[in-house]
Design a protein around this ligand. Structure first.
Ligand code: HEM
Length: 206
């Protein structure tokens, strides 16, 4: 594996997750306030979020999971090839066929998720579903032998970055943009990016 592979796989994915989580929080100020209250309670005003704090921040963790559910940065994972003929749910996948796994669709499937298109972090508070490849309804990092090798780093980074941004700053949308009219479209590529970049103003919390 080359150094540039790690940069290519680790940058867009992480920044898109952060941009979407901030976008969802700016759209739902009550969720942002709840997350800020948790940070203030657990870490205290004026203190910086540390990696060791993440375990004690279940609501922040739920926000990140909900972001991965609605906005998986690699919506079709990496392509796979069937090594032999296999039967899946009554369909035969012939040897040699390329297989794309649409995790975007799975994580918005109404037969699995209640109100699948709504951003509701609370759904993860009472659930043991995680993103580590064990729960097939939520696979933003893929699974099996090709699971993202950057998962442990990425998980730490996104919690730390989002936690720091919302613990140290209050946020509002740049002038003139209404919450209701925010552009929530994706732009499809190898990774899924926000079609219109988020523009927001940071106000230090004193
Ligand atoms: C939010 C952040 C990230 C997400 C959502 C993500 C997601 C993924 C996914 C879905 C795959 C394909 C897995 C599969 O098909 O089963 C993958 C592969 C990969 N990821 Fe990540 N990734 C992230 C961050 C990172 C970081 C930070 C690094 C490295 C520093 C990284 C390195 C890689 C590499 C090298 C592969 C290819 C592995 C292979 O070819 O088998 N990723 N990632």
């Amino acid at each position: 594996m080359y150094k540039q592979d790690l940069f290519a796989a680790g940058t867009d994915t992480t920044s898109s997750t952060l941009e979407w989580s901030m976008t969802e929080l700016l759209r739902k100020p009550e969720i942002l306030s709840k997350a800020q209250a948790e940070l203030e309670r657990v870490i205290g005003k004026g203190n910086q979020v540390q990696e060791s704090d993440i375990a004690g921040l279940p609501y922040l963790q739920a926000i990140i999971k909900e972001t991965f559910r609605l906005h998986p940065p690699a919506p079709l994972l990496l392509p796979r090839k069937a090594e032999t003929d296999v039967e899946v749910c009554g369909y035969t996948v012939p040897k040699g066929a390329q297989v794309l796994v649409n995790v975007w669709a799975v994580s918005r499937d109404p037969s699995i998720w209640e109100s699948p298109n709504e951003f509701i972090p609370e759904r993860f508070l009472e659930s043991n579903v995680d993103v580590k490849g064990r729960h097939f309804e939520l696979l933003p990092f893929g699974g099996g032998r090709r699971i993202c090798p950057g998962l442990p780093l990425a998980i730490r980074m996104v919690h730390l970055m989002l936690g720091s941004l919302i613990h140290s700053f209050d946020w509002k949308l740049e002038g003139g943009v209404e919450l209701e009219s925010m552009n929530m479209e994706d732009k499809f590529g190898i990774t899924l990016q926000k079609a219109q970049p988020l523009r927001a103003l940071a106000m230090p919390i004193t």
